[in-house]
Ligand binder design. Structure first.
Ligand SMILES: [Zn+2]
Length: 117
């Protein structure tokens, strides 16, 4: 018999309907929530990769974001595991904030072009 396992917990679900992907509703919800968080983290990482002083650490997959604070010269390292443990609302807030930074950077670049520096 073909071996099928729950996408969330890995439990054997061979006894379930052939199109079942999870062992329970709980696992289905957990998996979906985790996917949503993953998407938010990916969006945040993508934004950070466009901002100066932001470094995306990558070891096969993204492991951390490192942000240089120009004011005090200190680095802040946030690993992806930590990001994934944050509530979605917090991630959404960070995405909004980083979008603003990307926009500010684009504007300052455009201004530099106009003044010919
Ligand atoms: Zn499960």
């Amino acid at each position: 018999m073909e071996q099928r396992t729950c996408l969330q917990c890995g439990q054997n679900i061979a006894h379930k309907r052939s199109d079942a992907k999870y062992c329970s509703d709980r696992c289905r919800m957990r998996y979906r929530r985790a996917q949503k968080t993953k998407e938010l983290v990916a969006k945040l990482v993508q934004l950070c990769s466009q901002i100066p002083n932001h470094l995306v650490q990558n070891a096969g997959e993204v492991t951390a974001i490192v942000i240089l604070n120009e004011k005090d010269g200190k680095y802040q390292r946030i690993d992806v595991k930590t990001l994934k443990s944050l509530p979605d609302e917090e991630l959404k807030r960070m995405i909004k904030w980083k979008k603003g930074e990307v926009r500010a950077y684009e504007i300052s670049n455009a201004v530099k072009k106009w003044v010919g520096r």
